[in-house]
Design a protein around this ligand. Sequence first.
Ligand SMILES: NC(=O)c1ccc[n+]([C@@H]2O[C@H](COP(=O)([O-])OP(=O)(O)OC[C@H]3O[C@@H](n4cnc5c(N)ncnc54)[C@H](O)[C@@H]3O)[C@@H](O)[C@H]2O)c1
Length: 253
Amino acid sequence: MNQTNTSRRVAIVTGGIGGLGTEICRHLARAGRQVVALDLAARSERVAAFHDELAEFGDAIGFAPLDVSNFDSCQQAIAQIENRYGSVDIVVNAAGITRDASLRKMTPQQWHELMQVNLDGVFNICRNVVDGMSARGFGRIVNISSVNGQTGQFGQTNYSAAKAGVHGFSMALARETARKGITVNTVSPGYCDTPMVAAVPDDIRAQIIAGIPVGRLGAPADIARAVAFLTADDAGYITGANLPVNGGYFMSF
Ligand SMILES: NC(=O)c1ccc[n+]([C@@H]2O[C@H](COP(=O)([O-])OP(=O)(O)OC[C@H]3O[C@@H](n4cnc5c(N)ncnc54)[C@H](O)[C@@H]3O)[C@@H](O)[C@H]2O)c1
């Protein structure tokens, strides 16, 4: 692959076949990126649906199975992608799970399972891409956090801690890599119209929508366009930032 051909930069998207991940893959492919979605192999029906949904992009969007909670698997997957496509230039960490329970009922398993995916997963991926990005002098990393990491949410001490942690991680890595042409940012979605939010009981979802100034859930495309913006080749002066995309649900400096 010709590394100077910036229109074919290689992007990986963890949680790439999920509600937000699929749309992020689509937006990055439209921006001319070679995209590889990384997600759990166990979701074979969803993998097939993902290929159907994005068939128009052909080989520009690939899929590779990966459990982001496993460091060695991340190392191997990234090495294979670098071998096949020449580099990993853009990373979007969108893999995420919830394990909701009030703290008084939360089990250590619920805590650890969530941390292993939502926080360790970000480390496992970033740790294995920064050397290559540094050597090539270019990288764009976007970690998907959440408004609930900014505000806290009832029943989500684990999720809120991990998502706040994702931004702390991103700011620290942004400082470490800024001189190497690498930017590291977070996007913090509000409540979006995806399976994750569809699983919320109807009455609670109605309450959530009533509290959103824009008056609707976010569409996956609302998030994906923010990711495309932050991963653009000319976005090199935005780093260590958090971009909230929440319909005005939570506003702050
Ligand atoms: N949907 C929302 O309203 C919302 C709001 C704020 C933040 N987020 C965050 O956005 C990201 C994407 O969420 P979504 O709404 O698309 O959810 P989703 O459940 O549709 O997608 C998440 C994807 O992550 C994958 N995944 C789970 N564990 C994995 C693992 N160990 N290894 C690899 N992949 C794994 C799942 O298979 C799934 O495809 C998550 O990090 C989530 O926390 C979502």
